[in-house]
Write a protein that binds this ligand. Structure first.
Ligand code: PEP
Ligand code: MN
Length: 270
């Protein structure tokens, strides 16, 4: 099956998605923030810290797709309002996940980019619904999905009338247990061959280990990715969700600086 809309642009023509002042696909974009929105203080402090340390956009989940029904599910609407506040304070556009078709209209009202998480990549009703919005969609790769399946999901969104899809590789399930998932770095050049859409890497969920994240971020740059999305918390030991992979602002700053300088070099080489 041919992905009609994914191959509709001219050869070498790439989609660049404007999100506020950020051009995704037109440079190296860094999205950073907590796994989840916990409190206004935690979110706004993290937002200010990541902006000052080099982020272009803020991430943070108000609706969390959790493996256990007893784990923190997110603050919902209250979380969206906190994200809005964080955007007002920092000027950073906000990326946040939508997990239910019924929530799409109001998540679209508060967010600058709607995230479809790995667990919902093939939720076709949700893909059709976000395809009707005017907001860019960050589509994560399902942890058990092939590149072809992933592209068909992007095609659903494009076919629904929304041309602005950012693909996010976040690791796939393999037999390896040391890392949370296995980062499929070859997906980046493969997608560059197969589509005109921007491609970013999420090193945090890919490895789930703080110590490995900076190296994966540099790998993302070297592979030709258009950006990264990384989890940062002002106080990682206190993070409600994914604390073992949350960078401190200081760690994030060092990683962001290295990625930017490598990008300067790589942009000329690729
Ligand atoms: C997230 O980015 O908050 C998230 C839940 O990631 P994933 O869907 O990749 O597991
Ligand atoms: Mn997380």
């Amino acid at each position: 099956m041919k992905n009609i809309r994914l191959s509709a642009l001219q050869e070498n023509e790439r989609t660049v998605i404007q999100v506020g002042h950020v051009r995704v696909g037109g440079g190296f974009c860094i999205i950073a923030g907590p796994c989840s929105v916990e409190t206004e203080k935690q979110t706004v402090e993290t937002a200010v810290a990541v902006r000052d340390c080099g982020a272009d956009m803020l991430r943070g989940g108000a609706f969390k797709p959790r493996t256990s029904p007893y784990a923190f599910q997110g603050l919902g609407l209250k979380g969206l309002k906190i994200l809005k506040k964080a955007r007002e304070v920092t000027g950073l556009p906000v990326v946040t996940e939508v997990i239910d078709t019924r929530d799409v209209p109001w998540v679209a009202e508060y967010a600058d980019v709607l995230q479809i998480g790995a667990r919902n990549m093939q939720n076709f009703s949700l893909l059709k619904e976000v395809g009707k919005t005017q907001k860019p969609i960050l589509l994560k790769r399902g942890m058990n999905s092939t590149i072809e399946e992933w592209l068909n999901c992007a095609e659903y969104i494009l076919d629904g009338g929304n041309p602005d899809v950012i693909l996010c590789e976040r690791g796939i399930r393999t037999f390896e247990t040391y890392t949370r998932n296995t980062l499929d770095i070859s997906a980046v050049p493969a997608l560059k061959e197969l589509t005109h859409l921007p491609v970013i890497i999420d090193p945090s969920h890919a490895c789930g280990r703080l110590s490995l994240i900076p190296a994966l971020g540099l790998t993302a740059v070297a592979s030709g990715a258009d950006g990264v999305m990384v989890e940062v918390h002002v106080n990682p030991p206190e993070a409600i969700c994914d604390k073992e992979q949350a960078l401190t602002p200081v760690q994030f700053k060092a990683m962001a600086e290295k990625m930017r300088s490598l990008h300067q070099f790589v942009a000329g080489a690729l």
